[in-house]
Structures are given as C-alpha cells and as structure tokens.
Ligand binder design. Structure first.
Ligand SMILES: [Zn+2]
Length: 97
C-alpha cells in the first residue's frame, strides 16, 4: 500500500524535480498520471484509467476513485495487489477539476 502526499514529490514551482532519484521520480510520474486521469472523470464512481501498473511483470491497468471522506484518491491495480492513496493533490498541475 503506497500512501503518498503529492506535494512531497514536487519542488516549489509544483514540478517533479529532474534530479530526484529514479525510483522516486517514476513513482511521482505515476501518481501525477493517476491524478490527471482521475480528475478528468469526477462524475463516475470508479475510473478505469489506461495507466499501466508499475509492478514487475504485471500487465494490469489502474482503477481509481475519490474517497469523499478525506478527499484522497485511491488507486488499485486491476490484476495485482498493488494499491495506494494520494493526498494533497488539489491545485497541483494535474488537478483537472
Ligand atoms: Zn499490477
């Protein structure tokens, strides 16, 4: 379970820093994509994105939903146990609402 605060991955300008370690940067890019796709579809309860799961050898895609209670985004792989929540995504560059 990945519990991620989106702002922890961003620099002062709201960008993903280029000099970030590769793994953290890949995770940051993944989270940004999830926020982007999820906030385009705010009317449906579950969003079926085209984002590929980052687990090795997994060919699943990511499904996501808004958690209304705390305004987090919950994402889960359609094939493996990979899942997480993203907080503090509001007003980032990938917030389409
Ligand atoms: Zn997966």
């Amino acid at each position: 379970m990945y519990i991620s605060n989106m702002t922890h991955f961003l620099d002062e300008a709201g960008n993903i820093p280029k000099q970030m370690p590769k793994e953290a940067r890949e995770l940051a890019n993944f989270l940004a994509l999830v926020v982007d796709e999820t906030t385009k579809e705010s009317s449906s309860p579950v969003i079926y994105t085209t984002i590929r799961c980052f687990s090795k050898k997994c060919e699943g895609t990511i499904n996501s939903e808004f958690l209304k209670a705390n305004n987090e985004i919950h994402w889960v792989c359609s094939k493996c146990q990979n899942e997480g929540v993203i907080s503090d995504w509001h007003n980032t560059k990938w917030d389409n609402r």
